[in-house]
Design a protein around this ligand. Structure first.
Ligand code: GLY
Ligand code: MN
Ligand code: MN
Length: 427
């Protein structure tokens, strides 16, 4: 649980970052049409949620800063019996005033009037530059060229980089639920079932454990499908003798988990699969050990490329000397992505990798990132040993940077060949 006091302290911290004489606005997410009059499931904008913990659509937070005096204003939807009959209860401005530790609450219909009023003489307007066009048009109509426009999201990204204890608790809970889902997937007798049946089992486990949603579209990729990095078709058969790459994590109270395991359909790895799997796993273990305050993601990236390149040479996937191969980027054909990313309210958390001077931000205690080395061997790649063709392996864990090093938050999820095989044959 994140307390109202914590949300208030976030708004206060944001207000401190705003220039004197400015207005900052942050809108809720808008509904997205799926087709005709159906909509995708609604999910609150992460930045708005970070500042308010409020899930309703059509709401807005405004921070008005005079010299150093700050006023926080929340706009919510008006109570409306008829509309609530169709789309559900709204909190309304009376209850909102009781719940949120803000200075003023109004119904959203008053937004333009209040915006105009507060904008007077204010010289900087902050808003999220990713806003949809109609909202930007409204903001610009009133703020014209008299004001400097700045991206409020950049300030929030800095704040979201370091997680509080209560955020870490929620991430841990998300990972615990995801562990249960991956373990169920490992144990499931799945030969000849469809990828989406396994996906259903995973997502059913999320929901029965209190996680309403996934944190991203689950990837359940059998055999060669694993070589498509963001494969989401999930409609093929689970074939005896092949591996399945499962990249799936739930979202718990808006916080993500992001876990990949690559497991055998029939519960037993073949020799060739073990060779590739252990090569990637060794790299992952070594890279995780490098995580500590002041270390940098680019160092982990470089090391992961070197180690994977060594592994590819050893297994006959690449031929030649490491230095030359790295220089030619030959290894990138089989490991084309990053070693990991920040994770939090978003699976790819909207937090910066570089500071304002374009200098890389080193790790600090309280950051959360994924570590996900991989190797992708396409079935049609005739340059690699035949036994590896059609296998894609990625192994991904979620890591917290601590004062003295790291904590692997997902260490309990079965990972070694022995653990995975043992779990499959357990009851
Ligand atoms: N699940 C997407 C990723 O691993 O980045
Ligand atoms: Mn990831
Ligand atoms: Mn992932």
């Amino acid at each position: 649980m994140i307390s109202e006091l914590e949300y208030k302290s976030r708004r206060d911290a944001l207000a401190k970052k705003l220039k004197s004489y400015s207005v900052g606005v942050m809108f809720s997410a808008t509904h997205k049409t799926r087709s005709n009059d159906t909509e995708y499931p609604y999910r609150q904008n992460s930045n708005f949620y970070y500042l308010t913990g409020f899930k309703e659509a059509n709401s807005c937070l405004m921070i008005v800063k005079k010299k150093s005096k700050v006023k926080t204003v929340l706009f919510v939807e008006k109570k409306d019996e008829t509309k609530e009959l169709w789309t559900g209860k709204r909190l309304g401005e009376v209850e909102a005033k009781k719940r949120f530790l803000v200075d003023e609450v109004y119904i959203v219909d008053e937004f333009e009037k209040k915006f105009k009023k507060y904008l007077e003489k204010k010289q900087t307007l902050y808003f999220d530059f990713k806003l949809d066009y109609s909202k930007v048009k409204t903001l610009k109509r009133y703020s014209k060229n008299l004001y400097t426009h700045k991206n409020i999201a950049l300030l929030l990204q800095e704040m979201r980089l370091i997680k509080s204890d209560s955020e870490i608790k929620l991430i841990k809970k998300a990972i615990t639920i995801t562990k249960d889902a991956h373990h169920k997937a490992i144990k499931f007798k799945k030969t000849d079932k469809k990828e989406y049946e396994l996906q259903a089992l995973i997502e059913h486990t999320f929901k029965t454990n209190g996680a309403y949603s996934d944190a991203y579209t689950s990837i359940v990729a059998c055999g060669n499908s694993a070589n498509t990095l963001h494969y989401v078709d999930n409609d093929k058969k689970l074939v005896d003798g092949e591996l399945i790459l499962i990249d799936a994590g739930c979202e718990y109270k808006y916080y993500a988990s992001d876990i990949t395991r690559t497991i055998p359909v029939n519960g037993k790895f073949s020799e060739a699969q073990i060779e590739l799997y252990n090569m990637v796993l060794d790299v992952q273990v070594q890279i995780i050990k490098m995580i500590k305050p002041h270390a940098k993601r680019s160092e982990l990236q470089k090391k992961s490329e070197e180690l994977l390149c060594d592994g590819m040479i050893k297994l006959g996937i690449l031929k030649g000397k490491r230095k030359k191969l790295l220089k030619k980027n030959a290894h990138k054909k089989y490991y084309p992505h990053g070693i990991g990313h920040w994770m939090g309210l978003d699976v790819h958390d909207e937090a910066p990798y570089k500071d304002k001077k374009e200098k890389e931000i080193p790790f600090m205690s309280g950051m959360v990132l994924t570590i996900e080395p991989a190797i992708y061997c396409d079935k049609d790649d005739k340059t690699i040993p035949k036994k590896y063709r059609g296998i894609g392996i990625r192994i991904e864990d979620d890591i917290l940077v601590t004062k003295n090093g790291f904590e692997n938050l997902s260490f309990e999820i079965a990972k070694s060949v022995e653990e995975v095989e043992k779990l499959y044959s357990s009851l």
